[in-house]
Ligand binder design. Sequence first.
Ligand code: AKG
Ligand code: FE2
Length: 338
Amino acid sequence: MVVLSQPALDQIRFVENQKPTFYPVIPAIDLSKPESKTLLVKACEEFGFFKVVNHGIPLEFVDGLEAEAVKFFSLPQHEKEKAGPANPFGSALSDYLSAVKKLACEVLESLAEGLKVEPRNVFSKLLMDEESDSIFRLNHYPPCPELQALGCNLTGFGEHTDPQIISILRSNNTSGLQISLNDGSWVSVPPDHNSFFVIVGDSLQVMTNARFKSVRHRVLANSFKSRVSMIYFGAPALREKIAPLPVIMEKGEESLYKEFTCVAVQILDMRKGLHPQMQWVSYVTQSGRLIQVMMTRIHDTGKVYHFRARRQIAQSLGQVAKFNRRYGLKTEDEPEKK
Ligand SMILES: O=C(O)CCC(=O)C(=O)O
Ligand SMILES: [Fe+2]
């Protein structure tokens, strides 16, 4: 299986200045309610995105790590570099990580029940695998007021889907996250201190034979405030073969995807989107190693229109084509790349 290099739509850095649309009904699912299983399935089918309340994660865990992260990002660059591969966040990180992993597994188990597939750990066992390639990432988007005068919003993190199974996202009280609806429009997701946002990843879309949608999302750095987000990406082991699950497919339903293994797709993901100022993207591997990637500055604003044109083509092809490109499948109607 060939994993193709970045499609052009992942390199967009500017987007037209648009009034932010706040989507009124991002599904908010109360995990303590018995009907949550059905609602989770519905949200994964309709949006691939929702937030969970009554998730059982103590807010001290969240606030503790967020405070550490904000402190870390405010250090001068040479100080950050000194942090090296060790985990600079100590128990704040390990407490948070075990809590969000548990939450991800609970959501996945409820989804399996909602789909009426057995065993109920059919998805969550992939995250529980000792060799699971799950990662944790801290994103920092410094404010950049001077560039807003140009009449463009700046992309903090270019549009993409998450390649893993499920992502559990938190951010400080700064807006910026947007999701794409089925009609291609972008809507802003207001931050919410009491909830966790859940994103369906590509692998879950594949395992459910596209019954669940992995949602396209991006972050606009259009704020005067700094944004810090913390995301746990629940992933299978790299050796794991991902394909539509026969137990999910109806009788006679055709598999839409070829089997693939998760060959370091998260490294491709790291390249999606640049911030005009230095942006630290950090993530912690399962073994607790902190990986830091310094993203570079925008150097060529002349590319803006070029990228816009490409985006329009890419959007008109929609997600099926994107999946085909990502997983090396052939798309019949894809126009020649300009
Ligand atoms: O920073 C955010 O809120 C989202 C970032 C994101 O989508 C990602 O890291 O995959
Ligand atoms: Fe993402």
